[in-house]
Design a protein around this ligand. Structure first.
Ligand SMILES: [Zn+2]
Ligand SMILES: [Zn+2]
Ligand SMILES: [Zn+2]
Length: 490
């Protein structure tokens, strides 16, 4: 941790600042999880060691709960799993992810003590829990978790007081980092990374945090090949600058981002983009031509868009994808004459439309929507935003599949350039993109030489489905940095 140091100030509390200059794409620090677990509903299809999603996993013969890629992954995580394995076996079933994570943290504390580990700037004991700010409902959830924990925790292990157990659950609730699968398609688990917890939020940050599941082929014993998070610089950072990441997706009005941050992380964002409302005008922009829409028309359309969005989300979660397409088409037809291309209510519909149409293999229409979406995104997002990079990548693949090879290749190159900064060249997604870039480059050359040969070759290539970059549209994507359980709507 020699690139950063902790500071404490009246106004911002704790934070991290750079002790060295860095440039776009530099890894400022990397950190392994203090403890991490796979989500309950994915425990059988995600490796409990490296968090990769795999077709075939091997099950732990003892507890029959943990699953691994292979013997190596199983061996690597035995220290973390040993006590858990016995506890699950004894109780006959695994408790929920929060309880499993809390127990893994406690077993580690039992092993190593709760003080400062040598690679940490802050100890687990010293992390914030925000319990005093919990609403009634959250407090009830906390009590339930503590109860589950007490039933699960073996009597022969070190016993912790109620106060301490609550602290750990509070820490998980506020600081649990969302882990994604190796393609970044799905949120698959949650982990605690103490140093990362010190990095404050800014809606327009100078760093990004990326989860790298590691690399099986490389030498396993070396630190840099194992699963870890990386704090990566998005541009030039000077010595002494505070390091920041964004906890939420930028693609929201400043007012909505602030509400979300307050609700999830209990602070009022005072970043420049929030206080000045930077880009809000773009996010709400309407057509500027001579027939500029009336205010009342705009207001009504925003209301209609919000209502339609709720219907779309519901249909999507039920897997009714043709219904989603119909709702999107109707909504876009009303939005397009009124909203400008950066309008957030239209971008949201375009994003879902292109995603679902791709999934249904209606590539031409998907590409058309994806292109409009990317045009808007490029005007709104920071040029090195990971969400932007992923969106451009998906749009590029959609264009490729639709046969728009020139635009497709251009987008894939653009996405690759962004992901080299946000993910780094060794990340599995960047590696995929590199292969796609070479493939589309070759196809583009072929296309320019002989269009007929190109089209017949493309048909053959598509049936091989070489890249999995689209997810089933109803799975939870890793959108927010920290995995805070949304409160049940009542
Ligand atoms: Zn694995
Ligand atoms: Zn086991
Ligand atoms: Zn902000």
């Amino acid at each position: 941790m020699d690139n950063v140091e902790m500071f404490e100030s009246e106004s911002k509390g704790r934070g991290l600042k750079a002790t060295k200059e860095s440039w776009a794409g530099d890894v400022i620090f990397a950190e392994r999880a203090y403890a991490a677990v796979v989500f309950d509903n994915l425990s059988h299809c995600v490796c409990h060691c490296c968090f990769k999603r795999q077709e075939k996993l091997q099950r732990c013969g003892q507890c029959k709960f943990a699953h691994y890629c292979d013997r190596t992954c199983q061996k690597d995580s035995w220290t973390e799993h040993k006590h858990e394995c016995a506890a699950i076996k004894k109780s006959g079933k695994a408790p929920n992810e929060n309880t499993r994570l809390a127990a893994r943290i406690m077993w580690r504390i039992e092993r190593e003590g709760g003080g400062l580990a040598e690679w940490c700037l802050v100890s687990i004991d010293d992390l914030q829990n925000h319990i005093e700010k919990f609403e009634e409902e959250e407090k009830e959830g906390l009590m339930e978790d503590v109860q589950n924990f007490l039933e699960y925790w073996p009597s022969q292990n070190k016993q912790f007081g109620m106060h301490y157990i609550s602290h750990i659950f509070g820490v998980i609730s506020c600081n649990g980092f969302t882990l994604s699968d190796q393609r970044g398609l799905q949120a698959v688990g949650v982990g605690i990374f103490p140093n990362l917890c010190l990095v404050n939020h800014d809606c327009w940050p100078n760093c990004t945090v990326i989860f790298n599941n590691g690399n099986h082929e490389a030498v396993r014993s070396m630190f840099h090949t194992q699963m870890r998070i990386e704090l990566r610089s998005l541009g030039k950072i000077n010595k002494g600058d505070e390091l920041t990441v964004s906890y939420v997706d930028f693609l929201n009005l400043s007012e909505d981002r602030r509400k979300l941050l307050k609700k999830q992380y209990y602070f009022d964002c005072t970043c420049e983009h929030c206080t000045k409302g930077i880009k809000d005008d773009l996010l709400l922009a309407v057509k500027e031509e001579e027939n500029k829409p009336e205010d009342s028309v705009v207001k009504e359309l925003i209301q209609f868009s919000k209502e339609t969005m709720e219907k779309i989300d519901k249909a999507r979660s039920e897997g009714a994808y043709h219904q989603v397409v119909k709702l999107c088409r109707d909504c876009l037809m009303r939005q397009e004459p009124v909203f400008a291309d950066t309008n957030i209510y239209m971008l949201r519909v375009l994003s879902i439309a292109s995603e679902v149409l791709s999934y249904l293999q209606m590539f031409q229409e998907a590409a058309e929507n994806a292109r409009k979406m990317v045009d808007g995104y490029l005007k709104i997002y920071h040029p090195s935003n990971a969400q932007l990079g992923m969106a451009v990548m998906r749009a590029g693949v959609t264009h490729w599949h639709a046969g728009f090879i020139e635009i497709g290749h251009g987008m894939i190159c653009k996405a690759y350039a962004i992901l080299l900064v946000t993910h780094g060249p060794s990340h599995p997604i960047a590696k995929d993109l590199e292969v796609m870039r070479n493939q589309t480059e070759m196809e583009l050359r072929m296309f320019k030489e002989n269009e007929f040969v190109y089209h017949s070759m493309r048909e053959a290539a598509l049936t091989n489905k070489p890249f999995q970059v689209m997810k089933e549209p109803n799975v939870e994507t890793p959108k927010n940095t920290f995995h805070k359980k949304p409160q049940e709507a009542k």
